[in-house]
Design a protein around this ligand. Structure first.
Ligand SMILES: O=C(O)CCC(=O)C(=O)O
Length: 227
């Protein structure tokens, strides 16, 4: 069943097939998917902390200490750090083989009212963002709005923007005034599919916890040419 978000127009699809998702990616259509993360520990970090509290994150802290600090006291964010491989089994990505996905990334952190938790940027691969706790709000902008968003010319694995919608000075970035976002609020258990080239800016209305993975370039090429 497809439900269209009344505000943004983005489609929410319940348990679509992989073919439907490949078709949307081919057409550059973002989707919110429901019913595909039933095996994930949705709802509270307690079970995750019990199971993986001792695992060391790339920043050197234990997963348990980091998540508790982020949720209870501080403004820290994991900012997409690589999720230790020991934890991947708790977050099985649906639709395609596990090896089709690049290393999993962790996006956990405190609520922020003063600024986005992730600044405007776009990625070079199709992104799948599985959401577990809290309300996460995204503004996404279609690729054809590139010139209104002032993307940096020099970039490597992702392309940051020099302008930040809602925050930048319009005298410095005048075309930003014409940029039109689609706003999506992700609830726990939802999987957001962001096709290559879509710009996104992310807000945390609550302490939030998500795990993402890019579809590997070679896997996408095989899928896109198969059907
Ligand atoms: O959830 C976030 O804060 C950012 C996610 C993101 O940028 C991505 O998955 O590409």
């Amino acid at each position: 069943m497809a439900i269209q978000d009344p505000v943004s127009g983005v489609l929410r699809l319940h348990r679509p097939t992989a073919d439907v998702v490949v078709g949307a990616l081919r057409g550059g259509i973002p989707l919110v998917l429901t019913g595909l993360l039933d095996a994930w520990p949705i709802g509270t970090p307690t079970a995750l902390i019990e199971r993986f509290g001792h695992v060391k994150l790339p920043r050197g802290t234990n997963f348990g200490d980091f998540v508790q600090g982020a949720f209870e006291t501080s403004t820290v964010s994991s900012a997409g750090c690589t999720l230790p491989e020991a934890m991947w089994s708790a977050f099985p990505f649906p639709l395609f083989d596990a090896v089709s996905y690049a290393p999993r990334q962790l996006w956990a952190g405190a609520a922020r009212v003063d600024r986005p938790i992730t600044k405007l940027h776009r990625d070079l691969q199709h992104a799948f963002l599985g959401h577990l706790f809290g309300r996460k709000r995204l503004r996404i902008f279609s690729p054809d709005q590139r010139d209104r968003l002032y993307p940096s010319e020099g970039y490597n694995s992702y392309q940051p923007c020099r302008a930040e919608p809602g925050y930048s000075d319009l005298r410095v970035f005048p075309r930003l005034a014409d940029a039109v976002p689609l706003e999506i609020v992700l609830s726990p258990g939802e999987l957001l599919v962001i096709p290559i080239g879509w710009f996104h800016q992310v807000f945390a209305d609550d302490p939030v916890f998500s795990v993402s993975a890019f579809l590997k370039f070679e896997a996408w090429q095989a899928l896109a040419t198969a059907a």
